[in-house]
Design a protein around this ligand. Structure first.
Ligand code: DGJ
Length: 746
């Protein structure tokens, strides 16, 4: 057991029952407070307690406190005149909607008899080891219980929170709104960071001053969505200026952040209340939500992870990256860096054949590719996107002898084999839809909206789940497949589930996602070697829920190497480069018609988990040589790049002419630096790069992967030199790139 772990404390300070608090309010009252609960991990302490009324009240979330520091017990805040009751002014850990609550509730219900009042009070705490506990709350009158789960990671201080809502009453209740958690920040001025986008333009980092009122970030689409991602960061504004800072600092200041582990419709509300406190509530999206709990039933919310850093947004994202690698990914705590893949999609689109794929595989093997992935088009009557989804048999015209000859060939070339699937979808032009038209999400008698000529199978249905799991299991049993690219190319419409009574149909929002997770978990159990990518027309399904079952994600269909720099920048605020697949594709690029060199494209993709998606049939001998050289260089430093500490030295966003990232291995033995230009103007040189995170006293040897430094740069120098003096690159021109590594000299 390491020291950090040993020093973790879970403590309940039962304050003296006789301790009285005088509350400064119009109607001052005296009362005794209850226990205080405290969780410590990494550089963080989180504390909450029970006030004199029995509410569970947030007390502290921030930098780690001393082991013997006492946290003042909870006492509810006074009412603000006659317009805001203590129930509204007091920050609760999980507020029921009732008793005059005007701030965002965590839970809102309606009982069958029409009662809509819910006031949750503390019942008991059950510790679960040194850094986890369950807190039981109960309505003041009814048999409605909520168990709040808390578990803090000892290394990063990231706290996992979720709720289990249980109906022990004699009548059903309808849950209309259920958050996973509510977070309260200390009163201050703040800047909110969040990620938005659209297809082919995901991962835009937005920053804005938090103002009084509510900011909503959400998906109503049935899945995570390209348009917003369930991640936030809130930076304390050190300047205290009314306007707030223009940008939240990258490497300094306090940051509170969170990410929701849910792949269905979700919502965050970020409120600055009338009392200047900032609260974040997140969980199931209450829009069109309704989950009926019969007597004896319970609903488990997703997990909402929250963390704190005093090293700015950079520190916050490094904590998240470590946490994801160590605790979220299916092969945590030690997932291997991803194989370098080749994917055929941009080369062939739907036109896949045995001969065509073999020709590409031979070329891919020659540059050092580890995994060959055949994309869309291999199954059913799939010639384009009008037909075939749902019919998961191998197309006999394209592959007369099944997949085996191709897979054998790929293996003989020293690569393993991956395959594209889109299990939750069906084309109306398919045998499956002709046989089971009732299997899709729909409202009977209403039109069924198609997007990309496809509809969504209602995976909440047990028969649909069985079909999907059955064909996937058969595919993996009959073929030697190492990897599935699991795609999902549209969002929901007409989300009906007419097998169930009308007041239960909205449960589709929960059951669909639960069945998706269950299938992924079952497949991984039955086929322990399988690896899976979550793709949704690019980055439409990336969240900490799906990442428990998938090894990597496809951040965007936009593979333009310059656009990718800012997308990758945004992506890494929330997610580790370990899961960030990045393909090198053709130039000029199909989206922006921009021409770039192969070296520039390679270096852009090498910042994440590298893949090649170009049409290798068009490559020159020089292209093959460049790719082979850079793939070998990448393999040698990949673990540092994808699992090391990431420092964003220069942001590519907001019209920046330059960008640069650095990753440092945890033992500080190696650093890898990438640098890019958008354009050189007026002959200006590349900005000085002062590196970060090195051991100041160690000597580091410089090796170029691509490019060069200005004359006079030493081949070896101390960590101090690289960080304080810095390095001047000889990098000018439009869309140019350089990369180097530093290795500690023994
Ligand atoms: C969308 C994905 O994002 C692409 O990479 C490709 O797999 C296509 N679907 C195939 O239809």
């Amino acid at each position: 057991m390491n020291n950090t772990f040993k020093s973790l404390r879970f403590s309940v300070f039962t304050s003296s029952l006789l301790l009285l608090f005088f509350i400064a309010s119009a109607n001052a009252q005296t009362a005794a407070s209850g226990p205080v609960f405290r969780l410590d991990g990494g550089n963080t302490t989180y504390a909450f307690g029970v006030n004199e009324r029995g509410d569970l009240q947030t007390l502290y979330w921030g930098g780690r406190l001393g082991p013997h520091d006492q946290i003042p017990p909870a006492h509810s805040y006074p009412e603000w005149a006659s317009f805001d009751s203590p129930n509204t002014t007091t920050p609760q850990e999980y507020a029921g909607w009732g008793a005059g609550l005007y701030t965002e509730p965590a839970l809102k219900i309606t009982s069958q008899d029409g009662n809509r009042d819910l006031v949750l009070h503390f019942v008991k705490a059950t510790p679960d080891g040194p850094q986890a506990m369950d807190i039981l709350l109960k309505d003041i009158a009814r048999e409605i219980y909520v168990t709040l789960h808390y578990s803090m990671d000892p290394e990063t201080g990231i706290l996992a929170r979720s709720a289990s809502i249980e109906n022990r009453d004699k009548q059903p209740v309808m849950i209309e709104q259920a958050a996973a958690a509510q977070w309260t920040l200390p009163p201050a001025r703040y800047t909110l960071s969040y990620l938005t986008g659209r297809w082919a333009s995901e991962w835009t980092l937005n920053q804005e001053t938090i103002r009084p009122g509510t900011r909503v970030i959400e998906s109503r689409r049935g899945s995570t969505g390209h348009q917003a991602n369930p991640w936030f960061a809130i930076s304390r504004d050190a300047s205290q200026s009314a306007a707030g800072p223009l940008l939240a600092p990258e490497e300094s200041g306090e940051v509170w952040f969170g990410a929701l582990a849910w792949s269905g419709s979700w919502r965050f509300t970020i409120d600055e209340t009338q009392f200047d406190s900032v609260r974040v509530t997140g969980g199931f999206n209450p829009f069109d939500f309704g989950y009926k709990l019969k007597p004896g039933e319970h609903l488990e919310t997703p997990v909402f992870y929250g963390g704190y850093s005093n090293r700015g947004l950079g520190g916050a994202s490094r904590l998240l990256h470590h946490f994801e690698v160590a605790h979220i990914l299916p092969r945590a705590p030690d997932p291997k860096p991803r194989p370098v893949i080749y994917n055929s999609w941009e080369a062939t689109e739907f036109n896949v054949t045995e001969a065509g794929q073999i020709a590409l595989a031979e070329k891919a093997a020659s540059i050092g590719i580890d995994r060959f992935v055949m994309d869309d088009g291999w199954f059913g009557q799939r010639k384009d996107d009008h037909a075939g989804l749902g019919d998961w048999y191998v197309n006999p015209q394209k592959f007369p002898n099944g997949l085996k000859p191709l897979i054998d060939k790929v293996h003989s070339l020293g690569m393993d084999f991956g395959l594209w699937v889109e299990p939750e979808m069906v084309n109306p032009d398919s045998d499956l839809y002709r046989k089971h038209p009732d299997w899709v999400l729909n409202f009977p008698g209403r039109p069924r909206t198609e997007q990309r000529n496809q509809m969504i199978l209602n995976l909440a249905r047990p028969d649909v789940r069985e079909y999907l799991e059955g064909f996937l299991d058969k595919l993996l049993t009959e073929n030697d497949i190492a990897f599935l690219k699991w795609d999902y190319n549209r969002n929901w419409s007409e989300p009906g589930w007419d097998q169930l009574p009308p007041d239960e149909q909205k449960q589709v929002y929960v059951e669909f996602i639960r069945n998706l997770y269950a299938i992924l978990a079952d497949l991984r159990k039955k086929h322990p070697k399988i690896e899976i990518e979550s793709c949704s027309g690019g980055g439409g399904r990336v969240d900490l829920g799906i990442l428990r079952y998938t090894d990597e994600v496809w951040p965007s269909d936009n593979t333009d190497p310059f656009d990718r720099l800012s997308m990758q920048d945004g992506f890494t605020y929330a997610y580790t480069p370990q899961v960030m697949m990045a393909w090198v594709t053709d130039s000029p690029h199909w989206l922006n018609f921009r021409s770039t060199t192969l070296a520039y494209r390679m270096l852009s993709s090498m910042q994440g988990s590298l893949g090649i998606g170009a049409n290798l049939n068009k490559w020159t001998a020089e292209d093959f040589a460049t790719a082979k050289r850079l793939i070998a260089a990448y393999h040698a430093v990949q673990r540092t790049i994808v699992q090391g500490d990431l420092y964003r030295l220069i942001s590519p966003c907001d019209g920046s002419e330059f960008s640069s990232t650095e990753t440092v291995s945890h033992d500080k033995n190696q650093a890898v630096v990438f640098a890019f230009t958008h354009s050189t103007q007026e002959g200006r040189g590349y900005p000085l790069l002062q590196l970060q995170g090195l051991d100041p006293n160690a000597d580091y040897q410089l090796t170029w992967l691509e490019g060069k430094a200005m004359p006079g740069t030493p081949q070896s120098a101390s960590g101090d030199w690289w960080m304080s003096h810095g390095i001047n690159l000889d990098l000018r021109g439009d869309f140019r790139a350089a990369a180097f590594r530093l290795d500690r000299q023994k």
